[in-house]
Design a protein around this ligand. Structure first.
Ligand code: GLY
Length: 362
């Protein structure tokens, strides 16, 4: 079983990578989680419908209950969290209860937040089933929910006991969900390791055909970067901001499109805008925009977006957590793999960059 240890602020934890789900039993025992503990699986309706039988078979050795939440960003809310708290109380869950987050980033965030707060903190195991959650949200301890159309505005840092990743889960993902995750993989290539972009370009067919070795390679490379960044700046006070590259505009696009544009695609578009701002403010070489746009086109990632409601879009950006002292702060690029964080950018500069990049055809 491949593993990477994340040296978090509180205690180190492992990310196991294996396609044999039986290895999860080993991971549980290595982490001193006993069969006699009580387990609650938190998943969403889509994952549950696909993996119902596997869950039953895998969990035959345990005492467990399942909470199935509705899928979709609108359910990343306190309402869902409140329902889970009540479910845990009704099922006599105590401090020895272990939660399993089986699903994508929304399930992971909701489960992590509940684990952080129920009885002042219980254990949870993260089993991310989407490419996006495998390469990003399952590692790093950020757990949060949305309120008043502001993404992840209420949250905390709370690490899982361990993370277990099987790239086999990616075989049941809808193609658009896979591409959503691939956009975050591209982000790692842009901010930190250019070789990832070359690997995607050279192995695109195998990646899109979901060949195990190719998937494992990209997931492993991204987790190595994510854990290195998180180890250096767990509380997201400076360096960790590099992971937010493309996210400021990306979050605005998610809200502007009423979540019709997925997180990954929104970040991909946000990266193009951030690159355009980087050209203006930091003299980033203009050829990089074209290179990235060419890669997007090969993968069918959109390269254009029309912001319908500029006022609402700017409102979302102004209420993003990346604001500081009422100033919009961006992560920008001086050069490929050379990020500068907390660069102040005003509304006019953002709109101008949109008009010169993703909005230029409208
Ligand atoms: N997804 C960004 C972070 O974990 O900091």
């Amino acid at each position: 079983m491949k593993e990477i240890t994340v040296k978090s602020n509180i205690r180190p934890y492992k990310v196991y990578m294996d396609n044999d789900l039986n290895k999860l039993y080993l991971a549980l025992s290595e982490n001193k989680i006993k069969n006699t503990d009580k387990f609650i699986i938190i998943t969403d309706s889509k994952v549950y419908s696909i993996y119902k039988k596997n869950i039953k078979s895998f969990m035959r050795k345990f005492h467990y209950d399942i909470f199935v939440m509705d899928e979709g960003e609108e359910n990343k809310s306190y309402k869902t969290i409140d329902r889970i708290y009540k479910f845990l109380i009704e099922n006599n869950c105590d401090r020895n209860t272990v939660l399993f987050a089986l699903g994508g980033g929304i399930v992971g965030d909701i489960t992590g937040y509940v684990a952080a707060t129920y009885m002042r903190g219980i254990r949870y195991v993260s089993i991310p089933t989407t490419l996006l959650s495998q390469v990003d949200s399952s590692v790093g301890g950020k757990v949060a929910y949305n309120l008043n159309n502001v993404k992840n505005v209420i949250g905390t840092f709370y690490d899982p006991t361990f993370v277990f990743i099987s790239v086999n889960f990616l075989k049941t993902l809808e193609e658009k969900e896979f591409i959503n995750g691939l956009c975050e993989v591209i982000k790692y290539g842009v901010i930190k390791k250019q070789e990832i972009l070359k690997y995607i370009t050279d192995n695109l067919k195998g990646i899109l055909e979901l060949e195990n070795d190719k998937l494992l390679h990209i997931v492993k490379e991204c987790i190595k970067i994510k854990s290195e960044v998180v180890e250096s700046d767990y509380n997201d006070l400076g360096y960790r901001n590099i992971l937010n590259f493309g996210h400021t505009v990306g979050h605005g696009i998610e809200i502007d499109s009423n979540h019709k544009v997925s997180h990954g695609i929104a970040v991909a578009l946000g990266m193009l805008v951030a690159i355009k701002i980087s050209e203006d403010k930091l003299n980033l070489n203009e050829s990089f925009y074209e290179e990235l746009e060419t890669l997007y086109k090969k993968i069918n990632i959109p390269t254009t977006y029309k912001v319908d409601n500029r006022k609402g879009f700017l409102y979302s950006i102004n209420h993003d957590k990346k604001m500081e002292n009422n100033k919009i702060k961006f992560t920008l690029l001086e050069d490929i793999n050379k990020c500068l964080t907390k660069i102040e950018v005003d509304e006019e500069e953002i709109l101008k960059a949109i008009d010169k990049s993703i909005g230029r055809n409208f």
